[in-house]
Write a new protein. Structure first.
Length: 176
């Protein structure tokens, strides 16, 4: 479900709306919307089949922090990505890339479809040194101390920016 939400956020606002408005349980909805999510992802991949334009990196929304959490805490991939989505969403809101209203709307959809995010599960946290080490090894690293980070610009549109690892560490400390 985390991956489906990610694709909706970076590539398909109609898919997000269906996900948001449906009263079906998440498992049933996942199977209903999976073909749409695959189509949305395929459109991105077709625009950048050899990963030379950067477009395909939009599919990494939630994965920068997500992969760090996944490897450090042995979390399932989807759970780690969900925490990463929250991080990216909050940072996008903090930077003014999305409005408070849109951020709240996305947050509500995340809570509805990924209830572990709010049902008392403690958010996993990494120490600064550990996070820095993991970010330095990230496949999205560009140059010596920058990474390609995906923000939410609007529902259905991601935004790829090169950011310093220091900026990411600073934001992680702010969100803790």
């Amino acid at each position: 479900m985390s991956e489906l939400i990610k694709v909706a956020l970076v590539a398909d606002s109609k898919l997000f709306l269906r996900l948001e408005k449906s009263n079906s349980d998440s498992q049933k909805l996942l199977w209903q919307l999976l073909p749409n999510a695959i189509d949305a992802k395929l459109k991105i991949v077709r625009r950048d089949p050899f990963e030379t334009k950067g477009t395909r990196r939009l599919l990494n929304l939630g994965h920068t922090l997500g992969h760090c959490l996944e490897s450090s805490f042995s979390l399932p991939h989807g759970e780690a990505v969900a925490w990463g989505l929250l991080f990216a969403l909050e940072w996008s809101r903090q930077l003014g890339l999305i409005s408070e209203k849109v951020a709240l709307r996305i947050h509500k959809a995340l809570q509805k479809r990924l209830p572990f995010l709010t049902n008392g599960t403690t958010r996993p946290r990494l120490k600064r040194a550990q996070l820095k080490e993991l970010l330095m090894r990230d496949k999205k690293r560009v140059g010596s101390a920058q990474i390609d980070f995906v923000f939410v610009k609007s529902i259905g549109q991601g935004l790829l920016r090169k950011i310093s690892i220091q900026e990411c560490l600073k934001e992680a400390a702010r969100q803790n």
